[in-house]
Design a protein around this ligand. Structure first.
Ligand SMILES: CC(=O)N[C@@H]([C@@H](O)[C@H](O)[C@H](O)CO)[C@@H](O)CC(=O)C(=O)O
Length: 322
């Protein structure tokens, strides 16, 4: 993805280009055994699958797709450690999501992510007791960042799941003074004005804005996002990389037609009840890797719905080899 260069911000340090996170980033699924325990052995093959079959070179671990909030702290640590170990020398970036309801738990995961060699951490807002304003969220991010000051920290905005509809631009205001390790956002909202205003704040500081709504990534690209984190890049990464290249070459017609195809697949999947559980089953079929069941309270879907989605991915996107 095109690297965006920005001018130096007066009085503040600009993040070097080389540290920026760009391109497609797979939000990883968490492989479980049939009895619901971590199946860590799959991760090595998972790394190779992303690289060789999807041309996806970075991962976002323990996020929404990874069922991070349904895992124990110990499990999250094991996953972070395995991903970092298996990715070493192969993937570009491993971002570990450390957001929890308890700031103490988030700090523990942040310290752990630093100790196992993660490239960055991401933090979602607590969503049971929610921050009442932007300042409260900044204070939460500050305390988490202080636990791993050497690691770039990204705020993870996902209003559809957290129910937190704070204007993200307000959360950014002055954040570099409170969280010196702050390096950008994963923006999974649909408010494109807020997204643009975040890009305009982050770009001169050399920070990355990563978009998180796969079905409308093309809407975010001209606004200046640097990359994208998403679940579908696990199995439609190769296809969506073509969409990125078309956009970068200025072939908007092609980029649009590719984005429309992913939208059609997801609209069809949504009509069947597409959720993380079904998504995980789709990944098992598309990759041939045993992702296993989702964790409760999520329930697996009957295989015919999953197969229908896979067929549509094959027909429309040429994804998921037969
Ligand atoms: C709500 C949700 O799960 N959003 C996904 C999208 O990739 C989403 O699955 C995709 O746009 C299809 O709707 C990602 O933003 C989640 C994500 O990056 C994560 O796992 O943390």
């Amino acid at each position: 993805m095109r690297q965006v260069t920005g001018s130096r911000v007066t009085g503040s340090k600009m993040c070097p280009e080389s540290e920026k996170i760009t391109g497609l980033i797979a939000a990883t699924f968490t492989p479980l055994t049939s009895d619901g325990e971590l199946n860590l052995e799959v991760i090595g093959q998972y790394v190779d699958f992303l690289l060789e079959k999807q041309s996806v070179r970075s991962v976002f671990v323990n996020g929404t797709t990874g069922e991070g909030c349904s895992l124990t702290l110990q499990e999250r640590k094991q996953l972070a450690e395995w991903w970092c170990r298996q990715a070493k020398g192969k993937l570009d970036k491993v971002i570990v999501h450390v957001g929890c309801l308890s700031v103490k738990d988030s700090q523990e995961l942040a310290r752990h992510a630093a100790s196992v060699g993660a490239d960055a951490i991401a933090v979602i807002s607590p969503s049971f007791f929610k921050p009442r304003n932007a300042e409260a969220l900044q204070m939460f991010l500050k305390d988490v960042g202080a636990a791993a000051p050497q690691l770039p920290l990204y705020y993870y905005h996902l209003p559809s799941m957290t129910g937190l509809n704070l204007n993200v631009r307000e959360v950014l205001e002055g954040i570099e003074k409170k969280v010196p390790s702050f390096r950008g956002l994963k923006f999974s909202g649909v408010d494109l004005r807020d997204l643009s205003q975040c890009v305009s704040y982050c770009r001169p500081r050399g920070w990355s804005v990563l978009y998180g709504v796969d079905e409308q990534l093309l809407g975010a690209l001209p606004l200046g996002v640097n990359g994208a984190v998403g679940s579908t890049y696990n199995y439609a990464g190769f296809f969506m990389n073509q969409m990125l290249s078309a956009f970068e070459k200025g072939d908007l017609n092609l980029a649009q037609s590719l984005q429309f195809k992913l939208q059609d697949v997801l609209t069809f999947a949504n009509s069947l009840g597409f959720d993380l559980a079904m998504n995980k089953q789709v990944m098992s079929l598309c990759s041939g890797l045993p992702m296993g069941p989702p964790r409760l309270p999520l329930l697996p879907w009957p295989s015919d719905s999953v197969q229908d989605v896979v067929k549509k991915l094959q027909q429309d996107l040429g994804a998921c080899p037969k």
